[in-house]
Design a protein around this ligand. Structure first.
Ligand code: PLP
Length: 356
């Protein structure tokens, strides 16, 4: 059974009931593995088993993607250590590592992940970076980082293990905001880290127990339940995203489309066969972007990504110094692609009319 395909592994097996008990009584005066929920709980354990199996590593759940980021930084690094973080990726990662943990002596250096990483203790990559969509040459960057003694985290939130398994390319850790594609329904806040090595898994598990940064059983259950359809969702979302990226690229009101599946990006195409749900595109400035947001009727004007319902937002709202003012980030869901295109084209037309 060990050679089953990923979709089969995802679909097989029952989702266990949610056991919310914070304690399990000792048997024979001996604490069992689930003796206290902060340390581990049954549905979390099953979710970690499935994710670890998909990624070829040992997975641990956290309270959110950001909780997982905090745990990695605090468990692995200390004052004076440096993290090199890919430019154009999730702004909250930098806000946490630099803005918050900087006060504790962590140094953060931004770098272009399509080039070489700078010297650092930890290198943080993000394929299909949210929202700038750059894609690193994973094996080259990881080899370079390892040669200089750094370890590598790959934030795989956007692609999920259905499309990319960074541990197979040499990464030491994979991080997920499982709030997004893995859970898939915009109803669970949860994060995960998969570790290549048993000793790192042990260290992070100890940190999680000590810090209380673990995931609640309800969120773990929703994630496990969501993962049953992960393969199907990712295929459909990727196909619709590619189609919409192509159509957006041909639209006169769109200045630029950022999607590695367009053309496609030759580096990205070496690592993935499809490019996930996220498409960024630029219109003429922040006001124009907000006009598109307001004119949408099917696509939800909301943050986050990877859910069954498509979402779009103007990113300058949150990260004005990091993105072009007219950048819109679209996360493509499971709606009919023609409805999505009609909504986008209609909103772009409203924007054009009010600009003219
Ligand atoms: N990594 C990426 C790529 C994200 O998009 C996000 C959230 O938007 C995070 C990490 C943080 O995850 P969470 O919101 O679950 O804390």
């Amino acid at each position: 059974m060990s050679d089953l395909h990923r979709e089969t592994r995802l679909a097989r097996g029952q989702v266990p009931p949610i056991d919310r008990a914070t304690i399990q009584p000792y048997a024979d005066a001996t604490p069992g593995p689930f003796y206290y929920q902060r340390v581990a709980h049954p549905v979390g354990h099953e979710t970690e088993r499935l994710l670890g199996e998909l990624e070829g590593g040992r997975a641990l759940l956290f309270s959110s993607g950001s909780g997982a980021t905090a745990a990695l930084a605090l468990a692995l690094l200390g004052p004076g250590d440096t993290v090199a973080v890919a430019n154009g990726g999730y702004w909250g990662t930098v806000a946490l590592l630099e803005g918050e943990l900087g006060r504790w002596g962590l140094q953060v250096r931004g770098f272009d992940q399509t080039g070489e990483p700078p010297d650092a203790d930890l290198v943080w990559l993000e394929p299909c970076a949210n929202p700038m969509m750059s894609f690193p040459d994973l094996e080259a960057v990881i080899a370079r980082a390892h040669a200089s003694g750094a370890r590598v985290v790959v934030d795989n939130t956007v692609l999920s293990p259905v499309l990319l398994r960074p541990l197979e390319h040499g990464a030491d850790f994979v991080l997920h905001s499982a709030t997004k594609v893995l859970s898939g329904h915009h109803d669970a806040l949860i994060g995960a880290v998969s570790c290549a090595r048993a000793e790192d898994h042990e260290r992070l598990a100890a940190f999680r127990s000590a810090s209380g940064l673990g995931a609640a059983p309800d969120a773990a259950w929703l994630m496990l339940r969501g993962m049953k359809t992960l393969g199907l969702r990712v295929e459909r979302q990727s196909a619709s995203a590619l189609e919409l990226a192509r159509r957006l690229a041909g639209h006169p009101a769109v200045q630029r489309v950022r999607y590695p599946g367009l053309d496609p990006d030759p580096v990205a195409a070496r690592y993935v066969r499809a490019f996930g749900p996220l498409v960024s595109f630029d219109v003429a400035g922040e006001q124009a972007a907000v006009r598109v947001e307001r004119a949408l009727e099917v696509i939800e004007n909301a943050t986050s990504l990877g859910g069954v319902a498509s979402t779009l937002e103007a990113r300058a709202r949150w990260e004005p110094s990091r993105v072009p003012p007219g950048l819109l980030r679209l996360s493509v869901g499971l709606e009919d692609v023609e409805d999505l295109w009609a909504d986008l084209a209609g909103a772009l037309e409203v924007m054009q009319r009010s600009n003219g």
